[in-house]
Design a protein around this ligand. Structure first.
Ligand code: NDP
Ligand code: 8X3
Length: 252
């Protein structure tokens, strides 16, 4: 039987790379994002491998999520995997200098949007039963704080705890839940975070063999293909060149 994977935020980075890998393995795909042109291009590219449906969907829009995701075409049944990937960081300023609008956008996307998509698709995943998976893209930012991370770190801490709490509720349904927490990865993430500052993005990744989108895509496919009886609760992945620092101390 052929199964479907829904990948949110499939127009770039991890989501796009995952769409390519899942398509090459023959998974039917539901791909979402806000950029219509990119979705069209990806659909054209991947339709040579499999059934691909795309949906222009801003996960911040609760009504649109309910309306568009609750009725899926028969070609997308059964839905076995949800990759909750759509997300973003905005800004790197300390909390006292940050933008409240940017804070709200991160919460609306990474917390509210992720929860809404999960809520709407949960019945279909439960219907699929044993071996179905919700794979949430958290971050090391949800596990460890850093200066300027403020609300972004908070949203990813939500993803971590929500993933674990979901597991408690879904026990007995066969639906697995994983939190994937990557470290520094070279995608459009920093370009988005810095409002399009290419130099800032290039500087961040300079001299580092950062995680590539295809690395995370391989991990997502691995999780989706695990035997039904295994649930990887959390995967923390860093580039070899990244590690922790000592605590900061403000001396008198
Ligand atoms: P990209 O910016 O390359 O991709 C982000 C994707 O999310 C895009 O496809 C974008 O699509 C989509 N997206 C953003 N906001 C919305 C929205 N409101 N509604 C629907 N889709 C949205 O970054 P990454 O691939 O790096 O990021 C993917 C996930 O990984 C995010 O959740 C991020 O927080 C997380 N992450 C990233 C790390 C990194 O260092 N890169 C490390 C750890 C976690 P569109 O703009 O078309 O809507
Ligand atoms: C992205 C990783 O460390 O830039 O979630 O916040 S980090």
């Amino acid at each position: 039987m052929t199964f479907t994977a829904c990948i949110t935020g499939a127009t770039s980075g991890f989501g796009r790379a995952a769409a390519e890998k899942f398509a090459q393995q023959g998974w039917h795909l539901l791909l979402t994002g806000r950029r219509e042109e990119r979705l069209k291009e990806i659909k054209e590219q991947l339709s040579q491998y499999t059934v691909v449906e795309t949906m222009v969907l801003d996960v911040q829009d609760t009504e649109a999520c309910k309306e568009k995701l609750s009725q899926l075409p028969p070609s997308l049944a059964p839905l076995k995997v949800l990759v909750n990937n759509a997300g973003l960081a905005l800004g790197t300023a300390p909390a006292q200098d940050a933008s409240l609008d940017q804070w709200h956008q991160m919460i609306d996307t990474n917390v509210k949007g992720l929860s809404t998509v999960t809520y709407v698709l949960l019945p279909k995943l439960i219907e699929c039963g044993a071996g179905a998976s919700i794979i949430n893209i958290g971050s090391i930012a949800g596990l460890y704080p850093y200066p300027g991370g403020n609300v972004y770190c908070g949203t990813k801490a939500f993803v971590e705890q929500f993933s674990k709490a979901l597991r408690c509720d879904l026990l007995g349904t066969g639906v697995r839940v994983s939190n994937v927490a990557p470290g520094m990865a070279e995608t459009e993430f920093t370009l988005v975070r810095t409002s399009g500052n290419q130099q800032a993005s290039d500087d961040l990744y300079k001299g580092v063999d950062a995680i590539q989108a295809s690395d995370i895509a391989d991990t997502l496919l691995y999780l989706a293909n695990l035997p039904d009886h295994l649930n990887i609760n959390e995967l923390e992945i860093m580039p070899t060149q990244q590690a922790w620092s000592p605590f900061a101390v403000n001396r008198k």
